[in-house]
Design a protein around this ligand. Structure first.
Ligand SMILES: [Zn+2]
Length: 357
């Protein structure tokens, strides 16, 4: 009798496991995503499962130059570096978390203080947003954005992000190469890799003078309004189209390529954006932005995406799930740029899901 109970329990356990596995295969766990992914997961729907995303102090925003206020008190941000075990090299762990490429450092601490408050923040991780920056400056959108996420040393509920806008260029950013080179190893959700030839100090300056500052939120769910944003006016970080394509080979939890992972801009409402520098000639600044951003307005961006990127490949497992308003079609891979998009898939022709923006 005792053995029978054990056998029965084991049988029930196995069946439950099968049921769970089958359920997950046919109805993947819904989380959140971006506009090229499942329609029920797009940013406009985030607030349904994450109510804070509907808040009044959300990020990102469009920084309208003429509405910014010079904050004389905003001193340069100076990043301090501290070796944990005396090693010269930085060892970084790079992870595909299903939404972005996230980098954390193992043998270093980085700190910076906000002025004039003197609040000290410790570096937690940094990650990338691609095929469109999250923040705009005067309506201009850039190729992508790098976020350095910090937590207050004295109050764990407070965060500060330093954001760098990425400018698309026709040459590779050499300092990004150690990272970009291993992206093919972390294509799948949850995958990690270590790199020891990447240096944060080579990628960005540690003395940051020109930035915009405002109070906002995390740009991903739960959208908590706990972030002091420091968006760098300069430098812009260069990135080539090829390097962006490598970021686009990253897959989400359901095996979809992450073609873009930028949240649309949010209302400023009654917030004020301060700048740490005097703007003597905003007209010149606007001209500069137009040539630097690469993505000049939303219609250009849309046509670019429609032409080159508004197609994405479902993995073998996820291609069984057809979402409403999506059409499953057979598309032969023809052009060089398209084949780059599918470099993680080596079939001649694949099932792809075509979506409208
Ligand atoms: Zn971010």
């Amino acid at each position: 009798m005792y053995k029978l109970v054990i056998l029965l329990s084991a049988f029930i356990g196995i069946e439950c496991f099968r049921l769970k596995r089958d359920t997950e295969q046919h109805h993947p766990v819904k989380h959140w995503g971006y506009r090229n992914q499942d329609r029920s997961l797009i940013p406009d729907s985030w607030h349904k499962s994450h109510p804070k995303c509907y808040g009044e102090q959300q990020s990102p925003i469009n920084v309208e130059l003429a509405a910014t206020v010079y904050g004389k008190e905003l001193a340069p941000l100076k990043i301090k570096e501290e070796s944990i075990n005396g090693t010269e090299h930085e060892t970084w762990q790079v992870k595909n978390n299903g939404h972005s490429v996230v980098m954390s450092v193992k043998d270093r601490n980085f700190f910076f203080k906000t002025r004039p408050e003197g609040m000290e923040y410790k570096f937690l991780q940094m990650h990338f947003h691609w095929r469109g920056s999250e923040h705009y400056v005067d309506g201009h959108r850039f190729a992508g954005e790098l976020h350095l996420v910090h937590q207050s040393v004295t109050d764990e509920s407070k965060f500060a992000v330093i954001g760098f806008l990425l400018r698309q260029t026709n040459h590779d950013n050499e300092n990004l190469k150690p990272l970009v080179n291993i992206l093919t190893n972390i294509v799948e959700y949850g995958a990690t890799a270590n790199i020891s030839d990447f240096s944060l100090g080579n990628l960005i300056p540690f003395n940051l003078k020109n930035y915009y500052r405002y109070s906002g939120s995390l740009t991903t769910p739960g959208c908590d309004e706990v972030v002091e944003w420091h968006l760098m006016d300069n430098p812009l970080l260069d990135i080539s189209d090829e390097q962006i394509l490598d970021f686009q080979s990253i897959q989400d939890k359901n095996g979809f390529l992450i073609i873009t992972n930028s949240r649309p801009i949010q209302e400023l409402n009654d917030r004020v954006v301060k700048r740490s520098f005097e703007a003597h000639n905003l007209g010149t600044k606007r001209k500069y932005l137009k040539s630097a951003s690469g993505l000049t307005d939303s219609s250009d961006e849309k046509s670019d995406l429609v032409k080159r990127l508004n197609i994405f490949v479902a993995s073998c497992e996820a291609s069984n799930v057809v979402q409403p308003e999506q059409e499953l079609v057979e598309v032969p891979i023809q052009t060089e740029s398209e084949s780059d998009l599918y470099k993680s898939h080596n079939k001649k022709s694949q099932k792809v899901q075509v979506m409208t923006l």
